[in-house]
Design a binder for this molecule. Structure first.
Ligand SMILES: NC(=O)c1ccc[n+]([C@@H]2O[C@H](COP(=O)([O-])OP(=O)(O)OC[C@H]3O[C@@H](n4cnc5c(N)ncnc54)[C@H](O)[C@@H]3O)[C@@H](O)[C@H]2O)c1
Ligand SMILES: O=C(O)[C@H](O)COP(=O)(O)O
Length: 386
């Protein structure tokens, strides 16, 4: 029986894919697998038994990736599964920043009991007027699953769209409209655009990328949209820029103690992926990833181990080994199995950074001796028999 624990609610359409071989448990302690959305796992004790974590979503900054890799725990995410949900909200954010729609709606509520409400509306509406986005320059930083959809949608709305992503994947480049102006550096976007949106992961080199220096390069009255992570922006610098009018509006899907009540901020309660469709897509992809890994040792969409697909095991006995990416591992694995006079019918080894993964299909019984010897090899992090 494979035990799984959900640290956040996961859509039933995904969980229903688990067969009778899987059991949902309420605690992490004895879990083989974990499904999570944004709950922080950074300070959790990870049980020895834990083999896989699937993030039903994109961002994995709530998961200790290195600590997991070091314990042989494979972490998956669900690339692109919620991208359309985010794209639609970014477009809404663009509109909310262009006229004071939120302020206007709140004002109508404040005068709704007045029998002259219709007249008052016509008299007072100019306070909430704004600009149109047609023909404005729109910069997209990060052209991944979300950035590409956002850039293409903004283009279709009549904006002049600039995109920047030094690491763009071939797949995303194919999906990007040819009408998007590709720029080499973020500085080009900062200097050129009326609206700037960021769609990069939170990493050491993206943290606080929007700060007083980068804001200083921007046009007066720029609008900044952040549907990626709050820590991409230096909040103190943003507050100053909003006060001075340098930044006209900051739209964020990640309000925090500093920005939630800040003047000039349009704060949305992290709704980017909160649509039925995105939640379903993420849940289905996450559960399939867990099942493929638990049942066949297949790794797809991992963020800390290499992707590896050895297909279905024809010989009936499969050993999977999560290990350090260091010399001489394969010869020790094959030597250990051959010493028991067992034939290896299939072998795959893949690596990603400091970590690697090996699948051995063998023709014979997996004895306790083999497993112990494999576990004793320096650099081996987890051994499983499927
Ligand atoms: N608001 C939400 O609900 C929501 C939903 C999904 C994702 N997100 C956030 O959005 C981020 C992006 O999501 P995605 O699905 O598009 O991910 P993705 O991995 O498909 O795209 C990220 C892109 O950023 C690029 N990139 C990385 N570092 C960069 C840099 N320094 N400069 C420019 N580009 C850089 C990568 O090359 C990649 O193309 C996630 O990491 C997550 O933090 C938020
Ligand atoms: O990175 C993500 O996928 C988003 O931030 C969505 O997070 P959520 O699953 O908690 O809505």
């Amino acid at each position: 029986m494979v035990k799984y624990n959900c640290l956040n609610p996961i859509a039933p359409i995904g969980l229903n894919l688990f067969t009778e071989k899987y059991e949902k448990i309420e605690s992490l302690e004895s879990a083989d697998a974990v499904l999570v959305r944004s709950a922080s796992m950074l300070d959790l004790n990870l049980p020895e038994n834990l083999k896989a974590i699937a993030r039903a979503g994109a961002g994995v900054n709530n998961i200790p990736l290195d600590k997991c890799a070091e314990k042989g725990i494979v972490v998956f995410n669900t690339p692109g599964a919620n991208a359309n949900g985010v794209k639609e909200l970014v477009i809404a954010g663009l509109m909310l920043a262009s006229r004071d729609i939120v302020g206007g709606i709140n004002w109508v509520q404040s005068i709704r009991e007045d029998e002259n409400v219709a007249k008052l509306v016509e008299k007072g509406k100019s306070k909430f007027a704004g600009k149109e986005i047609l023909g404005k320059k729109f910069g997209v930083i990060g052209l991944g699953a979300i950035g590409v959809l956002v850039a293409n949608a903004a283009k279709r709305l009549g904006m002049e769209v600039y995109g920047c992503d030094p690491y763009i994947s071939v797949e995303h480049a194919w999906n990007l409209s040819r009408d998007i102006i590709s720029v080499k550096t973020k500085e080009d976007i900062y200097k050129e655009c009326d609206y700037i949106t960021v769609h990069v992961p939170l990493l050491d080199d993206t943290k606080k990328m929007i700060n007083k220096d980068t804001i200083a390069m921007m046009k007066d009255g720029v609008v900044i949209l952040n549907f990626a992570r709050d820590l991409l922006v230096n909040d103190e610098d943003m507050e100053e820029a909003l006060k001075s009018g340098k930044v006209a509006k900051y739209v964020t899907d990640f309000p925090n103690a500093k920005t939630a009540g800040m003047e000039g901020v349009i704060a949305i309660p992290h709704l980017g992926a909160s649509t039925e469709e995105s939640e379903d897509n993420c849940a289905v992809m996450a559960v399939k990833e867990i099942k493929d890994y638990m049942e066949y040792g297949i790794i797809k969409n991992s963020v800390n181990y290499p992707d590896c697909d050895a297909g279905v095991c024809a010989s009936g006995k499969r050993i999977t080994i999560n290990h350090k990416n260091i010399p001489n591992m394969l010869s020790q694995f094959t030597g250990t199995v051959s010493a028991e006079n067992i034939n290896i019918s299939n072998l795959i080894n893949k690596s990603k950074g400091d970590y690697a993964y090996t699948v051995l299909d063998i023709e014979g019984n997996v004895t306790d001796t083999i497993i112990k010897k494999l576990n004793d090899i320096t650099g081996v992090l987890k051994v499983r028999v499927i």
